[in-house]
Design a protein around this ligand. Structure first.
Ligand SMILES: NC(=O)c1ccc[n+]([C@@H]2O[C@H](COP(=O)([O-])OP(=O)(O)OC[C@H]3O[C@@H](n4cnc5c(N)ncnc54)[C@H](OP(=O)(O)O)[C@@H]3O)[C@@H](O)[C@H]2O)c1
Length: 159
């Protein structure tokens, strides 16, 4: 599996339900280009934070939840599915993208073989710290994807 994440210099990924930093155009473009056409897995907190603004068209979303009222919800968007990963028999392949938040990166951590990290320049206030991917193996830089004054995007293999 692959993961995609943005982390500030002080190791923060979230503030409340949202990202801690103002929109970074290049990072948003990279997220869109990379995830287009793929299946994404995210936690319900991240999902409800994002979909108010963007339904992420062109991608299939698998949204993790333990709540019956969510799992049984009749969703309007036919590309969005709620599931409970603890009891799931979904066929997840190497191309499935783990899109956060922290609890979902950690749940799937041992299966993640490639991670795309946007290193956000600067320190930001927030209440959700980055997961420690090095718990699952050595982070080996594989490709520098782009760098701007606001961020640096690097592909890592976890070996
Ligand atoms: N910087 C980044 O790249 C990035 C990316 C994504 C998210 N974020 C940020 O991360 C924060 C959210 O992270 P989070 O860890 O608090 O929440 P989250 O992972 O987005 O969602 C947590 C919810 O997912 C469900 N869930 C998690 N693990 C589960 C499991 N094993 N089985 C069944 N359901 C499970 C539960 O939903 P129910 O409560 O419905 O049962 C849980 O409350 C936000 O601030 C968001 O903006 C940052």
């Amino acid at each position: 599996m692959k993961a995609i994440i943005a982390i500030s210099e002080n190791g923060i990924i979230g503030k409340g339900d949202f990202l801690p930093w103002p929109k970074i155009k290049e990072d948003m473009k990279f997220f869109k280009d990379f995830t287009m056409g793929r299946t994404l897995i995210m936690g319900s907190k991240t999902y409800f934070g994002i979909v108010q603004f963007n339904q992420l068209p062109g991608r299939k979303l698998l949204v993790a939840s333990k709540r019956h009222e969510i799992l049984n919800k009749n969703n309007k968007n036919q590309d969005h599915f709620f599931f409970d990963p603890r009891f799931s028999t979904l066929d997840l392949d190497d191309d499935t993208v783990i899109a956060g938040g922290k609890s979902i990166y950690e749940f799937y951590g041992p299966l993640i073989k490639t991670v795309y990290i946007t290193h956000v320049k600067g320190e930001f206030d927030g209440d959700v710290a980055a997961p420690d991917f090095s718990r699952y193996g050595k982070l080996i830089p594989a490709e520098n994807i782009l760098e701007t004054d606001k961020c640096r995007i690097v592909k890592y293999k976890i070996g």
